[in-house]
Design a binder for this molecule. Sequence first.
Ligand code: FAD
Ligand code: N01
Length: 560
Amino acid sequence: MPHNNQVVSSVNSVVEIDAVVVGAGFAGLYMLHLLRDKLKLNVEVYDSAEGVGGTWYWNRYPGARCDIPSHHYSYSFSAELQQEWTWSEKYAAQPEILSYLNHVAERYDLLKDIQFSTRVVAAHYDATQQRWLIETDSGRRLSAKYFVPAVGTLSSANIPKFKGHGSFEGEVYFTGHWPKEGVDFTGKRVGIIGTGATAMQAIPLIAEQAAHLTVFQRTPNFAAPLVNEPMRRDVDQAAKANYPELRRQAWETFAGVPFDRLKPSALEESEEQRRAHYEACWQDGGFSLWIGSYGDILFNKEANETAAEFVRAKIRERVKDPVIASVLCPPAGQTYGTKRQPCETNYYETFNRQNVSLVDIKKAPIEEITGTGITTAGTQHEFDAIIYATGFDAFTGALFKIDIRGRDGRTLQEYWSQGPRTLVGLAAHGFPNMFTITGPQSPSVLFNMPLGIEMHCEWIADCIEYMELNGFGSIEANRKDEDEWISHVKEVADSTLLPEATSWYSGANIPGKPQVFMVYLGGGKHYKQVITEMADKGYAGFKLEQAAVADSARKVCEAL
Ligand code: FAD
Ligand code: N01
């Protein structure tokens, strides 16, 4: 993409619209609906996928499903939508969530404004025009007042480049780009790298099919059972009769999902009481143990260790071979739940199968990918297929793949070279009229994401409406307010145990990535109050400039 002045001078080939949204997942779909159908703006959405769904379009690996109950892992903005959609399982699987998002796209007639199989490659801000100049890989060039990269926090795959990368002659799969038609592993020798939430969902199902499955584990993980079940009619009816209350309760909690067993402190109870309480949470399943058991386990190491030891005992109970169990057990000193707790179904029992083996690559690291398999510390493992379940370059990966340049041509990558810099996770100084959704330094991945996405999309739409009705041409986060927000995010994070973990929350999974804790841990409810108050005060913390040129978006909004 040429520099700003050149783009302006070759304006003939540039399509003028009000807003460009990148991504057609939960965020992009709702953003389109609000900007187009509520504000009546002229909006185009782009996604490199062939269809809607985002996460749920790409992650088609066996076992992919949500870890928040389906009634919560869904949009709340429409009572009708809530009533007409019936989930078939307590925790919906990928195909069902994808069907749901397709239903939403059709119901709100969104597809006609989404260009699929098209990647946005560049977005440059032109301060004179107060517009973004955006380019796609199909060569389409757009001038838009607003740029909303709804590109997803977990959409850019982390694919480690081991020695010999690319030389394996068998089948290679990436969980985050799983083939649409599925994969049949029957009779095959399969190797899987990674033991995060993704791998833990896939491993039990692949093991049932493959001739042999070898799991390469670097760091053992604390997981708890999901306890999924077919949707009970009474549960569905109760949810549908009480959706507003269900959502209200969700907003009262830290992570946007209600749990009714939460007690203040693990240390205030006897060992016996604690064990019984952990057991009840374990039986509830999902995140009940993690964020629904005791309020202090993510703040106090001693309290945390009680939960950690409870999970270790469960692993030892479920895995028959004590040597394998010891490799699967996170060692003393590794805190529980400071990485997102994976939810599993038969994961640990899978290691009791004869056709499954575990390789501890912390002890014997992967040396090389060869034409026929993987070499670890001198041992060659032969495979027909290798699966990378190695996670994501979270928060910044997908944004950095776009050549985003703000004022004076400064790239987002340069501005964030020491870690993300945002005001409330929605905007960055030097990047006017650009809004991120569930971006770094917002509650993001530590809050029920559809609810968090709705909160952000509604805030952005309200902000745009305010700008248009008041004749503003640009809105930009103040550097000083950004500094204060970043300090606040750090201060809150440092009061917990989470920054201590080597996790993708801090960028620790990506070699060379600055390690900064990227999630706001003040809770969704408090955060919502903060951003609402900013808006109520005329977007306190932001600098608003009058429009330099008359624009169509304003006329449309004024006509409403
Ligand atoms: P995404 O769904 O990631 O969509 C982003 C879209 O942007 C993608 O389709 C991508 O192709 C597109 N895109 C990116 N860059 C470009 C570009 N340059 N040009 C064009 N298109 C581009 N969260 C929960 O709260 N609960 C859960 O249970 C849960 N389960 C999850 C399970 C898995 C396997 C994963 C990976 C994540 C899960 N998450 C969960 C997080 C999940 O990512 C969010 O809940 C939500 O789906 C994110 O929606 P989104 O629209 O923000 O981003
Ligand atoms: O990714 P991860 P994920 N050499 O980063 C290993 C959501 N999600 O896709 O731990 C060897 O957690 C890495 O090892 P280590 C959820 O938010 C939700 O599993 O870094 N191994 C780890 O074992 C989740 O937290 C669900 O030592 C390497 C694994 O690969 C997030 O997505 C399901 C390596 C990656 O684990 C990410 O989960 C799935 C290397 N170079 C995902 N690099 C639900 O249940 C990485 N690894 C809803």
